[in-house]
Design a protein around this ligand. Structure first.
Ligand SMILES: Cc1ncc(C[n+]2csc(CCOP(=O)(O)OP(=O)(O)O)c2C)c(N)n1
Ligand code: SF4
Length: 349
């Protein structure tokens, strides 16, 4: 077995300690506003962690800057509160240096998609083995309410008093376009679903991207209420389940059918269509994943949540390690001093 694969396997074999969610709660006071959706995300991640069977000393949470980026303080694991937008770059370096560590990135729509957009797309295409959870509240929370790259067109904020003229990013579509090997969406106010998606991301080997709809109750309250509130969610959300037809609605009386390449809503109660006419979700279908991710931009379609896409690809850090080992076999152990002094050198006087 290859060195990196052995290290990953050794994490899986860990049984020495049995953790509970409490073991992942640090001694830091949580400084989010009362009612913020970040609390639920923290609680669900802490609940799932013990199930993974990974020793705490092998877990690292890396973040950039923002309310969401305070996440590592609150996890009783190793952590790195980085600089704005650079969490995925820092995490990439860490993963290359220490491939045995399990690395998570906590980021926001501002941190991950504005200043950090460049680093984000490159981590996706490289398929570094890390989990990236993006708290999407469609606003800059920490800096008190400027519009973000996911704010809807026309959004009135302190930095867009007449409404933003920017078209928003769709994070799942962006991650798919950047070739991420695992792409999912979930919601802060659906703890069970959030836990299940975190679990799936944790199992994935490769860059696992999870968009989490997160309520910023101070600067963008209710941005996702149609998808999270009891009265409306059944009609506005379709849960993606691998191998199952896309049915939704309180009475499970509606479904999603493809008309050409365009998803449309059909009724299952008027006798015209049955579940056999509906899209059957397939997490491994690249084309379908794009169609499903695009659904959020089409009015009157329910919002898909769950795992959009999952595929196995070579891991960045494994390929690097392979090259390093090949070079050592061919040339022997490197000597940095020798390398720096080889070839033409100059003395500055
Ligand atoms: C280089 C740099 N530019 C700008 C800022 C100011 N700043 C801090 S957080 C932030 C945006 C945070 O938004 P988001 O990532 O959505 O996180 P949230 O606070 O909403 O969780 C900005 C612009 C900064 N800290 N550093
Ligand atoms: S400003 Fe918004 S995102 Fe930040 S802690 Fe407060 S409610 Fe949460």
């Amino acid at each position: 077995m290859h060195l990196v694969e052995e290290l990953i396997q050794s994490n899986k074999n860990f049984t020495a300690e049995k953790y509970t969610a409490k073991d992942f709660s640090s001694d830091q006071d949580v400084r989010w506003c009362p009612g913020c959706g970040d609390y639920s995300i923290l609680a669900q991640v802490q609940r799932v962690m013990p199930e993974l069977g990974i020793p705490k000393h092998n877990l690292v949470f890396v973040s950039g800057i923002g309310c969401s980026s305070r996440f590592p303080y609150y996890m009783d694991t190793y952590g790195f509160h980085g600089i704005h937008g650079r969490a995925t770059a820092i995490a990439t370096g860490l993963k290359i240096a220490r491939p045995d560590l399990t690395v998570w990135v906590a980021t926001g729509d501002g941190d991950g998609l504005s200043i950090g957009g460049n680093h984000f797309i490159h981590v996706c295409r490289r398929n570094v083995n890390m989990k990236v959870i993006l708290f999407n509240n469609q606003i800059y929370g920490l800096t008190k309410g400027q519009y973000s790259p996911t704010s809807e067109f026309g959004k009135v904020t302190k930095s867009s008093p007449q409404g933003t003229v920017d078209q928003p990013f769709n994070p799942t579509l962006l991650a798919l376009g950047a070739e991420a090997s695992f792409v999912a969406r979930t919601l802060d106010r659906d703890p069970k679903h959030l836990q299940s998606v975190i679990r799936r991301a944790a199992e994935h080997q490769g860059t696992a991207f999870v968009e989490i709809y997160q309520n910023c109750n101070v600067f963008n309250d209710g941005a996702f209420f149609p998808f999270t509130e009891k009265e409306t969610k059944d009609e506005n959300v379709v849960y993606l389940e691998h191998g199952k037809p896309m049915v939704f609605g309180k009475q499970k009386d509606k479904g999603i059918k493809l008309e050409g390449f365009t998803p449309t809503v059909v009724s299952l109660s008027d006798g015209k269509y049955s579940v056999n006419d509906l899209i059957v979700h397939n997490e491994n279908d690249t084309m379908l994943s794009f169609i499903l991710a695009r659904m959020s931009s089409i009015p009157n379609l329910p919002r898909p949540v769950g795992v959009f896409y999952k595929v196995q690809k070579p891991l960045y850090e494994v390929e690097i390690e392979r090259q390093v080992q090949t070079a050592i076999q061919k040339n022997g152990e490197g000597d940095l001093e020798k390398l720096l002094n080889h070839g033409e050198t100059w003395t500055i006087q």
